[in-house]
Write a protein that binds this ligand. Structure first.
Ligand code: PMP
Length: 326
């Protein structure tokens, strides 16, 4: 028994009960551990789907180049799927992303272009703009645009959602996940709400991101936008994959609370995961303590692996420099 390519190993990730970090919570808390994907992140699922859908639509042709603005994980997913199919990959990243993420992308054969973080999305130096420009300049190139490409949400509607429904035998009552492009939360939420309309989806947002305020007031407030350190969640734009009707409530989690909880997940649960995982768990448990009963089952998505954050949140000196630990 063997797979024809490593991309066939995407999905069917384990659901694991959290036991130690859940003090004060009555509900059953289950973590969907997405680092079991071959690229060690949840983004493998949508990367493969964006490529497959583009091939079907004739947008991506043999010998093509894939160009994407990515915080690293989507790039890894795209690069894995691209190797089997012979595509070249060029990725634009912001300079706040960890060096590990850049090295990993180069290791799987991609070209990496580092762009400044603190410029507006429409600025010609932003990682969105550079990706778009390269796409217009390089012949036979495909710009997946994970923010607005609805194959992203579809991947989770088709795989992650059904997996959670089956793994919980329909007992899931809450979903909690960090929101970046919105594909993860919206794809899963759409599937779960179709099975049981009472299921609620809780989005985890960062301080410095527009989502929570927009959901609560309908106002895109530029004052909500400022630099923060958590990687992969929160945005200064409204991606098409974020369908606010599928997200019932947002919680903002600080860089520090997310980072400290990530380290607790590794030490206390044996889950060596990435920063946004701690953010998702911290925010989800805060909500669960207030709102959930013994009857509830909450599934929290843990998007990626801890290796990508060794020089940051798993480094005591770095944590002290940030003032996150004494
Ligand atoms: N966490 C990490 C580490 C990520 O890379 C991403 C993707 N940006 C997310 C969470 C959020 O997932 P989504 O883009 O599907 O909202």
């Amino acid at each position: 028994m063997y797979l024809n390519h490593i991309s066939e190993a995407i999905g069917r990730t384990p659901l694991v009960k959290l036991n130690k970090v859940t003090d004060g919570v009555k509900a059953t808390i289950l973590a969907k551990v997405e680092y079991f994907n071959p690229g060690n992140s949840v983004k493998d699922r949508m990367a493969l789907k964006m490529i497959e859908d583009a091939e079907k639509a004739g947008i991506l042709k043999p010998g093509g180049t894939i160009i994407e603005g990515t915080s690293g994980n989507t790039g890894m997913g795209l690069a894995i799927a691209a190797t089997a199919r012979g595509y070249k990959c060029i990725f634009t990243l912001t300079d706040k992303q960890s060096k590990e993420k850049m090295d990993i992308l180069r290791a799987v054969g991609a070209e990496v272009i580092v762009c400044p973080t603190n410029v507006a999305p429409e600025d010609e130096r932003s990682y969105y703009s550079v990706a778009k420009r390269l796409n217009s300049e390089i012949p036979n190139s495909f710009y997946p645009n994970q923010y607005d490409n609805l194959s992203n949400t579809a991947a989770h509607y088709e795989t992650t959602g059904p997996e959670i429904w089956q793994q919980t035998e329909g007992k899931v009552t809450y979903l909690a996940t960090g929101v970046g492009t919105g594909g993860t939360i919206c794809g899963i939420s759409k599937y779960l709400k179709e099975q049981n309309s009472a299921i609620k989806a809780i989005g985890i947002d960062t301080y410095g991101s527009v989502f929570k305020k927009y959901k609560e007031t309908g106002i895109f407030d530029e004052n909500e936008i400022y630099p923060y350190k958590t990687e992969g969640i929160g945005e200064d734009i409204l991606p098409k994959n974020v369908d606010f009707n599928l997200i019932d409530h947002f919680i903002k989690v600080s860089d520090k609370d997310g980072a400290v909880m990530t380290r607790r997940l590794a030490k206390e649960e044996g889950l060596f995961v990435g920063w946004s995982c701690g953010s998702a768990v911290f925010g989800a448990l805060e909500y669960a303590r207030e709102n959930l009963t013994e009857q509830d089952t909450m599934v929290i998505i843990l998007p990626d692996h801890g290796t990508r954050y060794l020089a940051k949140i798993y480094n005591d000196d770095w944590m002290r420099e940030q003032g996150y630990i004494d």
